[in-house]
Ligand binder design. Structure first.
Ligand SMILES: C[S@@+](CC[C@H](N)C(=O)[O-])C[C@H]1O[C@@H](n2cnc3c(N)ncnc32)[C@H](O)[C@@H]1O
Length: 327
C-alpha cells in the first residue's frame, strides 16, 4: 500500500486492488469505461453486455472492501449502467444519492436527448459517514449580473456566497474545447472532483481512483491537500497523468481553508468555512443588493493564490516541449 500512496500505477485495477488492505481508503471514485466503443489508446471499450456487468461488479465490490467505515464510494457512468450498479451496491453499502450531473452528450438515435451523467454516492456505513455541506456560487446573467434564479421576496435572506449544493449539478461543464483536453476521450473537469473531495474528506485523507485516465481525481486530491492513489491500465495515460501531477501544488486554499477554484472564482466551499472566508469578500449591503451585485473577492494579492492561475484552463495545456518529452 505504501508504494501506491501519492502515486499513479500502471496496471489492471483488479490485480492492483489486491494489494490494498480492507478499510484503508477514505473515498473511492470510479469513472470506468462506459462500454460505448470509445477510442482509448489501448483499451477496447466493447465487452459483451453480461461480461461488462460482471467485470463492473468485481471492481465495485473491491472499492467497497477497501473503503473505510467512515468513507464513501462514488461511481460515475451513464444512467443505463448505473441502474445495474445501484442494484448491486445496495447489497454492499448504504445509498446516499444519485447525483445528476447536467452534461449533454451526443444524440443516440431514437431516444430522448441524453443530458446528464449520474454519480452514485454510497456510504460504506451511513451511521459513521463523513460528510460536509457544501455551497456553490450564485449563477448570474453574464451581461446584466442579475441572479439567474428568481428568489422572489426572499433575496434579503440569501446566502451571500450561494446555495447549498443539491443532488443536481448544473454549474460544472464538460471540457469541450480540444485545446483544453488531453489526448483522452473521457476527461472529467477537475472542479467536479474537487467538489466531491471537499464534501467527503478532510486534509490528509486518502482518495482512490481505479480508472484515473488523465489524472483528474489525483490532481484534484493533490490540489486540496489530500493523499491519493490512481491506477490505469494504459501506460501512456499513466505517464501523462504523472507528468501533470508533478506540476501541481497542494495550495488550493485561502488562509487555512481548502476551496475549489475555476477560472477566476470559487466554485465550491464548505458551508462551515464561510464565516472565515467571508472576511476576504466585499459583501453588498443591504443584503438584497445581492440580486444585482455579486460579492467580490478582495484579498487575492495578499494571499497569492497560485491555483487561481493554474485552474483547469491554462495549466492543463501542456507546452509543446512537455508533450515531446512524454513521447
Ligand atoms: C472513462 S476513463 C477515466 C477518465 C478519467 N476520469 C479522467 O478524468 O481522465 C476510463 C479509464 O479506465 C482505464 N481502464 C480500462 N480498463 C482498466 C482496467 N482494467 N484497470 C485500470 N484501468 C483501466 C482506461 O485506460 C481509461 O483511461
Amino acid at each position: 500500500m505504501k508504494k501506491y500512496l501519492n502515486n499513479i500505477i500502471q496496471g489492471d485495477c483488479l490485480d492492483l486492488l489486491k494489494e490494498i488492505p480492507d478499510n484503508s481508503i477514505d473515498i473511492t471514485f470510479a469513472d470506468p469505461p462506459f462500454n460505448l466503443k470509445k477510442k482509448y489508446n489501448g483499451y477496447k471499450d466493447s465487452l459483451e453486455f453480461q461480461d461488462y456487468l460482471k467485470w463492473c461488479e468485481n471492481w465495485i465490490a473491491e472499492m467497497v472492501r477497501v473503503t473505510k467505515p467512515t468513507g464513501s464510494i462514488f461511481v460515475h457512468n451513464i444512467p443505463k449502467w448505473l441502474t445495474y450498479y445501484a442494484a448491486f451496491l445496495n447489497k454492499l453499502a448504504d445509498f446516499k444519492h444519485w447525483i445528476s450531473w447536467d452534461a449533454p452528450s451526443g444524440p443516440m438515435g431514437k431516444t430522448l436527448q441524453p443530458s446528464h451523467y449520474g454519480i452514485l454516492y454510497y456510504a460504506k456505513d451511513v451511521s459513521q459517514n463523513k460528510f460536509y455541506e457544501i455551497r456553490y456560487s450564485h449563477k448570474r446573467c453574464r451581461r446584466c449580473c442579475y441572479l439567474s434564479k428568481d428568489y422572489g421576496g426572499k433575496k434579503a435572506g440569501l446566502h451571500p456566497f450561494g446555495p447549498l449544493v443539491s443532488d443536481v449539478w448544473t454549474d460544472i461543464h464538460r471540457i469541450k474545447h480540444n485545446k483544453y483536453r488531453d489526448e483522452h476521450p473521457c476527461q472529467l473537469p477537475i472542479h467536479l472532483l474537487e467538489r466531491i473531495i471537499l464534501m467527503s474528506t478532510d486534509e490528509g485523507d486518502i482518495v482512490f481512483d481505479p480508472f484515473v485516465g488523465t489524472g483528474t481525481t489525483v490532481i484534484a486530491a493533490k490540489r486540496l491537500g489530500r493523499r491519493y492513489i490512481g491506477f490505469d491500465i494504459d501506460g501512456k495515460y499513466v505517464k501523462n497523468a504523472q507528468f501533470k501531477l508533478l506540476r501541481e501544488n497542494s495550495n488550493s486554499k485561502i488562509g487555512n481553508i481548502w476551496v475549489s477554484w475555476f477560472l477566476d472564482g470559487l466554485t465550491t466551499i464548505r458551508d462551515k468555512d464561510w464565516e472565515e472566508l467571508s472576511q476576504n469578500y466585499f459583501i453588498p449591503e443591504p443584503r438584497n443588493k445581492i440580486d444585482h451585485t455579486a460579492i467580490k473577492f478582495i484579498r487575492t494579492k495578499e494571499i497569492g493564490l497560485k491555483n487561481k492561475n493554474t485552474s483547469n484552463k491554462k495549466d492543463e495545456i501542456m507546452t509543446k516541449r512537455e508533450r515531446l518529452l512524454l513521447r
